[in-house]
Ligand binder design. Sequence first.
Ligand SMILES: [Cu+2]
Length: 233
Amino acid sequence: MKANIGLWMAAVVAVATSAGAGEIRGKITLKGSPPPNPVVKDLSADPNCSKLVKEAFQIPMHRVAPDGGLADVFVTLAGITGKSTGASAKPAVLDQKGCQYVPYVLAIQTKQTLLVKNSDPLLHNVHVTPTAAGNKVRNLAQLPGGPDLEFSFDAPEKFVRFKCDVHPWMFAYVCVEDHPWFALSGEDGTYVIRDVPPGKYTLEASHRKLGTLKKEIEVTDGVVNVDFVFEVK
Ligand SMILES: [Cu+2]
């Protein structure tokens, strides 16, 4: 009986919390035509890759939908530190598949575990090169069928670079935030940030190649719509 009362109390608290929180959503658009994405055709740096991957592929530096929707934009509340829930969050996953990193851009919290998998029947070398104080450079070989590698970062940093020293075309970029109120825009350019405590914030939208845009916003207990338009200069 005591346990039941505890559960009931927890449910009441959860409802009260989400009713008092807001949501930020919107769409990121790109105006103008970006340079074409680089195409990787020559995988001969590793004959195992040329055997495995028969088709040329693009490095998705700019992922733009037909209507201009821009993917892989990191949208976050600026200037908030010490609010990470990363230590108890579900691990994020970065895979190596077909001699590419999947996904190309990822976002996690400080202290959140990032598992790097090797789904390929060949050796990769995971070399991460953060620059923020508190984040460590690491360089680890990963054999085919080997266990997942575990990474985590102590400091917020945008677009931490992962590279493979065996395959010079392999890069991924991980945004690390010190709180949970961020999102990456999807293929259609839209994003949603849920459960945001009401207040005034600077909302930042960052694209690795196109820079950062900012807007001053106010979150109440409803939905606030904030769009950003990047321009190719
Ligand atoms: Cu590799």
